[in-house]
Design a protein around this ligand. Structure first.
Ligand code: IDP
Ligand code: MG
Length: 151
């Protein structure tokens, strides 16, 4: 089992897509083990996007991400990191495949609805930034059917 950090970016909230996007992750069988509505501070943006702070698009990205609330989620499941990334699709809606979240819900070249951790190391680091107090451990009643662990 893996746990990944997913952010619903400001455009997902402004566009009223939170329920539909979350529903895809839930239906897939990823379990919510953390969830927070919050504003991303300037400091958190710089830490979260440390690998991008020197890129030309970073000021725009930071302005976007800090402009209004986001939702941070921790989702757990088998291969959750890669599964969530494949459900999100390529970075921008114009190139993301149909059937993916970014591919189905947008065609902007700046706003792309969701963030998802891209590796185990990123997931661990990012989960610590948004959920320093830890996550909720609980067993979904569907777990035996979702995750192949029926007795
Ligand atoms: P990812 O979110 O698909 O992993 P990354 O390349 O890691 O994409 O970039 C992180 C975020 O930075 C993207 O989700 C997007 O919001 C933003 N970004 C990346 N490239 C550009 C760009 O060329 N213009 C504007 N924003 C960008
Ligand atoms: Mg990335």
């Amino acid at each position: 089992m893996e746990t990944t950090l997913i952010l619903f970016k400001p455009d997902a909230l402004h566009r009223g897509l939170v329920g539909q996007i979350l529903s895809r992750f839930e239906t897939k069988g990823l379990q919510l083990v953390g969830m927070r509505l919050m504003c991303m501070s300037s400091e958190l943006a710089d830490t979260h996007y440390a690998e991008h702070v020197d890129k030309p698009f970073y000021p725009g990205l930071k302005g976007f991400m800090t402009s209004s609330p986001i939702i941070a989620m921790a989702l757990r499941g088998p291969n959750a990191i890669a599964v969530a990334r494949s459900m999100m699709g390529k970075t921008f809606g114009i190139e993301a495949e149909a059937g993916t979240i970014r591919g189905d819900f947008g065609c902007s070249k700046s706003y792309n609805l969701v963030h998802g951790s891209d590796s185990q190391e990123s997931a661990e680091r990012e989960l610590g930034l948004y959920f320093p107090e830890g996550l909720e451990d609980w067993k979904p009643i569907q777990a035996p059917w979702l995750w192949d662990d029926r007795e």
